[in-house]
Design a binder for this molecule. Structure first.
Ligand code: NAD
Ligand code: DAU
Length: 377
């Protein structure tokens, strides 16, 4: 029997991790700990909420006393930590909330886990603190080729096959941290604290850095679900700058599968990059999403291209992210299960078939917040 806390389990990625663990490991007790901020939504977990090995606890990760009590009451062996403020645009408006949750919240979990685990006769034996981080902590990559070849070009950086790239370099586990946004600065700080708890106290920690996720249950303020929702409602699509920034996209279920493999087989104190060697310019993703939504709604493909609206760029907008996940693929045998074309088709279909989920979020207070945020850009 293992007692595992998954923080942020009511959010986008967390809900996929909770679902995978609850279904795959009936012998584990899975506790979903979430404050239910604007981004937390228990509707994401309707299909597993009645399972006997699942429990939801509403808690703020910054509440040290409550979490220390939970560690003792539930005899927690493992923590998979996803709870965070996760949206870059919000961090530009409100950095303090990001420092509080992402830095102080993570530190609070670490310290409570340390006190509890060190009080046990077996101490850290069989315990694990797994921290989910992002590729954004590495900063931004350039979009150049040493021989002056115009991107995109193919590269062999992938362990398996050639893939399209927009620059010659990648984020490796050894890449120096160089965060630019308040969000990535707060995540970088939390990563440092996690590693410090291993190096100082011997806590069995693991950190992973993943690229952009897409798929069902993502809050519709992030690029792909926001644009799907706007296209179906024929609302403008705010493309930041020239739409030339490059992101590296991974289907969320593949991230959850990687978390499962790493939680069980990863080496303590190691870092693993997670990504699918799948770089896209924003504008190309946007055109693909428009064509897919149009086709699935029975509109002529491309009919909604005129919704594209170029707006003022995001402050400090990172040019390119590209993850090298060779270490994870080679050492732990993980690889993505889906090609992007299949993943985006599934994703668009899911949002169009789950209009109620979208409408519940996009009506009411969130809509007002969203509008004021963009008015003040
Ligand atoms: P999300 O915003 O969808 O969900 C975050 C969850 O954390 C929500 O359920 C929210 O209620 C909860 N939460 C926030 N503050 C809390 C607090 N103080 N106490 C308890 N719960 C709190 O985020 P996501 O996109 O699912 O990201 C999850 C994690 O993965 C984050 O740590 C993020 O940095 C990381 N990550 C995200 C991506 C991505 O593309 N979305 C990529 C790499 C890494
Ligand atoms: O790389 C991993 C990160 O990916 C995660 O750590 C973050 O939690 C997650 O939010 C995501 O960050 P991004 O800033 O890359 O994602 P977002 O969906 O906000 O934006 C993707 C790209 O699209 C980015 O270049 C900005 C651009 N964009 C975004 C929005 C919301 C637009 O052009 N218009 C938009 O309205």
């Amino acid at each position: 029997m293992k007692n595992i806390v998954i923080t942020g389990g009511a959010g986008f990625i967390g809900s996929h991790v909770v679902r995978l663990f609850v279904n795959k490991y009936p012998e584990y007790n899975i506790i979903n700990l979430d404050k239910l901020t604007y981004a937390g939504n228990l509707a994401n977990l309707k299909d597993i909420e009645d399972k006997p090995n699942y429990k939801f606890v509403k808690m703020d990760i910054c509440d040290f006393d409550a979490f220390y009590q939970l560690m003792q009451d539930e005899k927690i062996d493992g923590i998979i930590h996803l709870a965070a403020e996760s949206h870059v645009d919000r961090s530009i408006k409100d950095p303090f909330t990001f420092a509080r949750t992402n830095v102080m919240g993570t530190l609070s979990l670490l310290q409570a886990a340390k006190l509890y685990w060190e009080s046990l006769p077996e101490k850290y034996e069989g315990k694990r603190f797994y921290h989910i981080s992002t590729d954004e902590v590495y900063g931004a990559l350039s979009m150049t080729h040493p021989e002056g070849i115009e991107p995109p070009f193919t590269t062999t950086a992938s362990s398996s096959e050639h893939h399209l790239a927009y620059g010659e370099d990648f984020f490796y586990e050894t890449t120096k941290y160089n965060p630019h946004s308040p969000y990535s600065a707060s995540k970088a700080s939390s990563d440092h604290f996690v590693r410090a708890y291993h190096d100082t106290y011997g806590m069995p920690t693991i950190v992973t850095n993943c690229s952009n996720n897409y798929g069902p249950f993502q809050f519709p303020e992030k690029l792909i679900p926001l644009f799907i929702n706007n296209i179906r409602n024929r609302k403008p699509l705010p493309v930041y700058g020239k739409g030339e920034n490059v992101r590296d996209w991974l289907y969320v279920v593949d991230h959850a599968r990687a978390i499962d493999v790493i939680f069980h087989k990863g080496t303590i104190a190691e870092t693993y990059n997670i990504g699918g060697f799948n770089e896209w310019k924003n504008i190309d993703i946007i055109k693909t999403v428009i064509n897919t939504v149009d086709r699935l709604l029975g509109r002529p493909e491309g009919a909604d291209m005129d919704l594209i609206t170029y707006v003022t760029d995001r402050l400090g907008h990172d040019a390119r992210y590209a993850i090298d996940s060779t270490k994870l693929q080679r050492e732990l045998g993980w690889e993505p299960s889906l090609q992007f074309e299949e993943g985006i088709e599934k994703t668009v279909k899911w949002y169009l078939e789950n209009e109620e989920w979208l409408n519940n979020i996009t009506s009411g207070d969130y809509e007002k917040y969203y509008e004021s945020m963009y008015k003040n850009r």
